[in-house]
Design a protein. Structure first.
Ligand code: HEC
Length: 132
């Protein structure tokens, strides 16, 4: 009987600890995952705008403003990493690319394509080192 009680207590404690651990893991990744999900969605909006040949300042303004603002959330969401200095360098490259595109809106679709490629290159550069 005592062995059974001990077994049940052990099982209950195990389940509780698993739930607690899963919750804290989820909390730990919700912020970075959220930042990346919104970035990807806004890049998708921009891509669709360009494909629809809507490539001038007002067409791109809202998604670009969001991408600029999200640049402020990279370090708070991801640090600490294995190499915070490199992470911040990639984050800085990203911020420079989106700010450049937002501050000097492309004149036409080829220019918009080029600017968006430059932003996308900064996503890929950071992912190459930090995305597992
Ligand atoms: C400074 C670093 C950095 C920049 C810049 C960056 N990312 Fe990320 N991104 C990451 C890291 C790190 C992960 C992996 C997160 C994880 O595995 O928890 C990631 C994951 C993602 C994911 C999730 C993929 C998956 O496996 O579920 C998407 C989507 C994404 N990024 C899109 C983007 C887009 C689009 C941009 C550019 C507009 C961008 N990222 C710019 C660091 C960055």
């Amino acid at each position: 009987m005592r062995a059974l009680v001990t077994l049940v207590i052990g099982l209950v404690a195990g389940v509780l600890l698993t739930v607690i651990a899963m919750n804290s893991l989820r909390k730990g990744t919700a912020y970075p995952n959220g930042v990346m999900a919104v970035m990807a969605a806004q890049m998708g909006h921009l891509d669709r705008q360009l494909k629809a040949k809507a490539c001038t300042g007002p067409d791109l303004e809202a998604p670009l403003a969001t991408l600029v603002a999200l640049g402020n959330d990279l370090e708070p969401a991801f640090l600490p990493t294995g190499d915070d200095e490199a992470f911040s360098r990639y984050a800085g490259d990203y911020r420079a690319a989106v700010e450049r595109m937002a501050d000097a809106p492309p004149a036409d679709c080829p220019a918009a394509d080029k600017a968006l490629d430059a932003v996308s290159a900064t996503c890929k550069a950071c992912h190459a080192q930090f995305k597992g």
